[in-house]
Design a protein around this ligand. Structure first.
Ligand code: ADP
Ligand code: MG
Length: 240
């Protein structure tokens, strides 16, 4: 589904991604971990070209999306993204947040978009919040709405950038639960997170990014039980 070939990203003379070669299959759940500032967000943001790579290629569903002729808006519709800060539109109601992109970008009619929004809200038990505004909701509720807002576009892959890092601890569980459900339903997911329990339970593969490259990758059991890279060992000793 996604392939990166020698993916590079520099900010000025600071090479943040120094050549990432990754192949993510349909249905895979890839968890990305690494120290702060190691390029995890940059990697995710390159995948949907919120950041422009400065070298290498990214292929998505058979298309070279780093090619200048690629229709980036079409591409982004197929890649849902969820950020650390929930990024809901503060001046729109919950339902309007969910229906905006399907109406504007996919040309779905108001009635159908509303029905789909209510279905998604029901799924997370927040249908009674349809007309509320983001500020009236808890962080956990806002983040779950940000997730279903992305799902409303029927994406083929979901990218998560530390989706629980800005939440009060008691709200982390409800967001992880929803992410687990998505994983269980077969969604292709790339997740940057510090939640090692989630990585162990949900990931097919865990990547450790440091100094701009994937230093180690493995299925979670082996990854956590037998880390080989000294920097990964050191990192795990601090977070586990
Ligand atoms: P992580 O998500 O792993 O914490 P980031 O991908 O956010 O790391 O950042 C990696 C490095 O790139 C950091 O040194 C950061 O300062 C730098 N960086 C990120 N975005 C920009 C930008 N827009 N301009 C300049 N430097 C940036
Ligand atoms: Mg980050």
């Amino acid at each position: 589904m996604i392939e990166t070939k020698n993916l590079q990203k520099a900010f000025g003379d600071h090479l943040v991604l120094a050549g990432i070669d990754q192949h993510i299959d349909k249905g895979e759940k890839v968890v990305v971990i690494g120290p702060s500032g190691s390029g995890k967000s940059t990697f995710l943001r390159c995948l949907n070209r919120l950041e422009e790579p400065t070298g290498g290629e990214i292929w998505f569903e058979g298309t070279n999306i780093t090619d200048p002729s690629c229709n980036i808006n079409k591409l982004r519709q197929k890649m849902g993204m969820v950020f650390q800060q929930f990024n809901l539109f503060p001046h729109l109601s919950v339902k309007e947040n969910i229906t905006l992109a399907p109406r504007k970008l996919m040309g779905i009619g108001d009635k159908e978009a509303d029905e789909r929004a209510m279905e998604l809200l029901k799924r997370i038990g927040l249908e009674e919040k349809a007309d509320a505004y983001p500020r009236q909701l808890s962080g956990g509720q806002q983040q779950r709405i940000a997730i279903i807002r992305a799902l409303a576009m029927n994406p083929d892959v979901m990218l998560f950038d530390e989706p629980t890092s800005a939440l009060d601890p008691e709200m982390v569980g409800e967001v992880l639960e929803l992410m687990k459900e998505l994983a269980h339903d077969g969604m292709t997911m790339v997740v940057v997170t510090h939640e090692m329990g989630f990585a162990r339970e949900v990931a097919n593969r865990v990547l450790f990014i440091d100094e701009g490259i994937v230093q180690e990758e493995n299925e979670p059991k082996e990854f956590f039980a037998n880390p080989k890279n000294p920097r990964l060992k050191d990192f795990l000793s601090k977070v586990l």
